[in-house]
Design a protein around this ligand. Structure first.
Ligand code: ATP
Ligand code: MG
Length: 254
């Protein structure tokens, strides 16, 4: 089993509010189908969720009790989820989509989540969930798709994780001039720098890399690849080295 995060930077046009990237989704759907690997898909909020979360002040990281902000942000994410599900379905991927609240209790994945996902996958359905506004301790908070991927990875111990975004992988510095790193290990993390987060309320690539390190610490390989490029996405799905940047799984004890 492989968990793939379809970044909002792939499935939406992140710089333009409320704009889906249909061509990109149709293309990646074909790649996912052709890969023939059992998948769990988590998608990001892109220019839907991040836009409304910013507009309604849900981007502070604090819990919120603003009903209009929560409702509007969720509404836009659900709209994206429905459009994505339709396109994936039209490409022959049988999707079972559900909000992450179905899997969590008091901020933690319930053990029941394992059974839900296993049963869905048993009949060749593809579980699909997404970054969402989730119940917190004293209100609601944004839970990023990247965090959901980390939680699912720790619970389900998949073969590998693929984070697909709009860049080929991780570079030491943001921008096209800095080459993509083929491998990233713990010792290199402090040398990396990341661009200031724009249109992303959940910490952008920097948080993604930190979540990825936690996953790798469970002995699971994590790939960063470009979801807009068929060949690269396919290679990452297959665990081939030149699909982008890989963080090899390790064990903390070692
Ligand atoms: N050092 C870096 N290496 C690679 N990409 C970087 C780096 N610093 C910043 N980035 C940026 O991170 C962006 C991807 O992160 P972002 O959170 O926007 O995407 P996403 O997770 O796919 O979207 P979403 O959060 O909506 O799911 C890229 O567009 C890239 O420009
Ligand atoms: Mg992001």
């Amino acid at each position: 089993m492989i968990i793939v995060k379809l970044g909002g930077s792939v499935i939406t046009k992140k710089a333009t509010p409320l704009t889906i990237n249909r061509e990109a989704i149709a293309q990646l759907a074909t790649t996912l189908k052709e890969s023939r690997v059992p998948l769990i898909i988590v998608h990001g909020a892109g220019s839907f969720g991040h836009y409304n979360a910013g507009r309604f002040g849900l981007d502070s990281g604090e819990e919120t009790r603003n009903p209009e902000g929560i409702a509007r942000t969720r509404d836009s994410v659900l709209h994206l989820n429905l459009s994505l599900t339709k396109i994936l379905q039209e490409s022959g991927l049988n999707i079972y989509s559900f909000p992450p609240i179905a899997l969590y209790r008091e901020g933690k994945l319930e053990t029941h989540a394992n059974k839900v996902i296993t049963e869905i996958m048993k009949i060749n359905l593809i579980p699909l969930t997404y970054g969402d506004v989730m119940l917190g301790e004293n209100g609601f908070r944004i839970m990023s798709g990247d965090v959901i991927v980390r939680d699912l990875a720790i619970l389900l111990k998949p073969e590998r994780i693929v984070f697909a975004s709009d860049v080929d992988g991780i570079s030491e510095k943001p921008g096209k001039k800095s080459p993509i790193l083929r491998e990233l290990d713990r010792g290199m993390i402090h040398k990396l720098s990341f661009s200031k987060v724009r249109n992303d309320v959940t910490g952008g690539m920097e948080s993604k890399v930190l979540e990825a390190m936690r996953i790798a610490g469970q002995g699971i390989d994590v790939f960063f690849t470009n979801g807009l490029r068929r060949d690269r996405l396919m290679k990452a799905l297959k665990g081939e080295k030149d699909g982008g940047t890989v963080i090899r799984g390790f064990n903390y004890e070692n």
